[in-house]
Write a protein that binds this ligand. Sequence first.
Ligand code: PLP
Length: 447
Amino acid sequence: MPPSCRAKPGRQTGGVSDAPRSAELFDRARAVIPGGVNSPVRAFRAVGGTPRFMVNGQGPYLTDADGREYVDLVSSWGPMIHGHAHPEVVAAVQAAAADGLSFGTPTRGETTLAEQIVERVAPVEQVRLVNSGTEATMSAIRLARGVTQRHRIVKFAGCYHGHVDALLAAAGSGVVTFGLPDTPGVTGAQTAETIVVPYNDLAAVEACFTEFGDDIACVITEAAAGNMGAIAPDEGFNAGLREITYRHGALLVMDEVMTGFRVSAAGWYGLDPVDADLFTFGKVMSGGLPAAAFGGRAETMSLLAPEGPVYQAGTLSGNPVAVAAGSTSLRLADAATYATLDANARTIGAMVTAALTNAGVTHQLQYAGNMFSVFFAADPVRDFAGAQAAETFRYKPFFHAMLDAGVYLPPSAFESWFVNTAMTDETMGRIEQALPAAAQAAASATA
Ligand code: PLP
């Protein structure tokens, strides 16, 4: 084994496919938690096998209950841009916790985090902190309806905005994986006012407004799609949405829960500065604890209670420990951080492309900033139909070969891969070693 592939002392790299302790923990979990997981994609249903129960995360690595170490290309689905257990983030959390876990009163840290967000994203003058990305998009839509006094919303097929009832129509992420375009429990009435159109299709949006223009409260879009694999908006797409919504008196809600503070200091807005009316944030600004936010111009945000009539609240919103993690993570995220994230994404992407090309596998390595994913497709993928038409059956053996070699990829073909700044040459070496066998496995997969 080359030095770049050696396990840390006392640990093994994930070199075998069985995971007895994870299997035992999964059995226990399934008795008391539906499917054994608290978020469906974690159950490995799309790729099969035993989900790994992780016990430790340090820098770019995760260690599972069987003591196997993995290079982590999920990064907790986005938040961990500095790697796991960054000492300054951990210290900030410990200090905040020592001062008390929750007060149910305003605290200074909340204002600091709000100031950091406002400083980074120019159109955002005020934010309200919430606990999850789902709450952020749900609240943004309520506010958009309150502001416009209109009821319909427009979303894009394959874009996922959390498990908000009205937005679980042709959503991406786990919903795609499980083929549940309309989940039981969400009524027709709840999605009846949601219009779903193809991503990257301005003509379809225009047609929607021609038919329903006076009823549409907002268009919500992922700033760059990451929940059907990584699909960047076509040049001018987000700007086109701005123009159409403005012309029709509707709001534009830019969902930056995934891209926010990950793809640049100002999120996707930093790469493609489109002045949306409302922005939603989560993941990176949480530092890995439950925190998220939505924000916009003060005039719009002032319609929220207690200043305005649109009700929105939360017992643990702005929790001091979560805010300490988020605020410290943002403080650490400087220009060098983004340069490193970009470089790491390009390095890994190039290695994946080289391995798949060597194995003769037709594929598209697609980037949305420093988020990326692989589509087993002949042409670039621009929308959900394209993502679904790809040869996703190749992902399962690819995923398992990487897992067996100690590289933890998203357990679904429809998710983006997330890098962090803690990755070293050794980390890259481990990925490089793992790829040829995985590429061969993808090459020999059959539908
Ligand atoms: N919006 C986007 C773009 C997301 O990617 C996600 C989650 O992945 C959400 C909203 C929902 O966030 P949460 O899982 O924190 O509720």
